[in-house]
Design a protein around this ligand. Structure first.
Ligand code: F6P
Ligand code: MN
Length: 343
């Protein structure tokens, strides 16, 4: 599709007369409509003083803000209007039937990164579109079953990052007419990188392999990895993922020794799986540290997973560090386990 094509034409042409594809397209339209509304709501900032107010806790134990609840309502209402069969949301304990007989189900984090909302930093809506087949829960399947996935980012511009399983494309909202326009097609992520994203305040809780990797990044050109690394951490998954789509890099949120963090912080169904599909469709990789995210069995709606994604070679390298806590720059003649600097 040509750059500049509108989302409506793009989806209608992809769906053709196929019933399941049409249902996927309707779900994406719903998310685009909710995205336009949420971009407006987020853009109000402190004009609407209540939106940062904490109103409770979600099932994952995270503080739930008024805006989280509003976002959930906006996304669910849009999905219902567009005939989506079922929804599972970070902000609801149980999945909900919206349209009996609907052909697709949507799992969503309606407002990812909401802890950043008061700070005028990008937040977003993450979505995973799955087939509804028979009586079984459409959500309790591995992420490899996703029909489409992506996220909307509310930042300086409002973007939809979307994969229908044939590459990852990006649309930007033209605020002059309310249409999403294709701005990047078949995005690719370079396999090598020298930029990583991790919340380093958790260093003391990490397993040895991950500490070794970050130590080696910090050692830069003089260390076993023999290059200087840069570090970035926004704290909104959608924003860190957007940066990786635009200039490469890796993101790490591993499991750690803190209570409740054995499997990291992020939820597989509506955070890790959709991001993993987007990243794989760009030629990148996504693992829980060692295992491919999209192969993991989802057995609970709010299941957590470690998450490492981005540049393919660097994700593989991190996997080797995690699987072999003894590893120190095995590729380097000076630092490998038989190298000069090892005793
Ligand atoms: O949704 C969870 C989330 O807010 C992500 O958007 C983000 O990547 C992560 O948590 C940040 O976690 P922490 O506050 O521990 O750095
Ligand atoms: Mn989130």
């Amino acid at each position: 599709m040509a750059i500049g094509t509108g989302l409506t034409e793009y989806l209608e042409s992809w769906a053709g007369g196929d019933a399941v594809r049409k249902a996927v397209a309707e779900a994406v339209f719903a998310l685009a409509e909710a995205g336009i509304e949420l971009a407006g709501v987020c853009g109000q900032g402190a004009i609407n003083p209540d939106q940062g107010a904490i109103v409770g806790n979600n099932s994952g134990g995270d503080a739930q803000k008024a805006l989280d609840v509003r976002s959930h309502e906006i996304v669910v209402a849009a999905l219902r209007r567009r005939g989506v069969g079922m929804v599972a949301s970070e902000e609801a304990d149980e999945a909900e039937v919206l349209t009996p007989g609907g052909l697709v189900a949507v799992a969503t984090d309606p407002l990812d990164g909401s802890s950043n909302i008061d700070t005028n930093v990008s937040v977003g809506t993450i979505f995973s579109i799955l087939p509804v087949e028979g009586e079984a829960s459409p959500f309790l399947v591995p992420g490899s079953r996703q029909l489409a996935a992506g996220f909307v980012v509310y930042g300086p511009h409002t973007d939809i990052v979307l994969t229908l399983g044939e590459g990852t494309d990006i649309f930007t909202l033209d605020r002059s007419n309310g249409a999403f326009v294709l701005v990047a097609e078949k995005v690719s992520i370079a396999p090598e990188t020298a930029e990583y994203a991790v919340n380093a305040s958790n260093y003391r809780h990490w397993a040895a392999g991950l500490r070794n990797y970050v130590d080696d990044c910090l050692a830069g050109k003089d260390g076993p990895l023999e290059k200087n690394y840069n570090m970035r951490w926004v704290g909104s998954l959608v924003a860190d993922a957007s940066r990786i789509l635009s200039r490469g890099g890796v993101f790490l949120y591993p499991g750690d020794a803190r209570k409740g963090y054995t499997h990291g912080r992020l939820r597989i169904l509506y955070e890790a799986n959709p991001v993993a599909m987007v990243i794989e469709q760009c030629g990148g990789k996504a693992t829980d540290g060692t295992q491919r995210i999209l192969d993991i069995d989802v057995t609970e709606l709010h299941q957590r997973t470690g998450l490492v994604f981005g540049a393919a070679s660097e994700v593989e390298r991190i996997g080797l560090y995690i699987a072999n806590p003894e590893r120190r720059g095995e590729d380097s003649p000076l630092f490998g386990s038989r190298g000069l600097f090892m005793s």
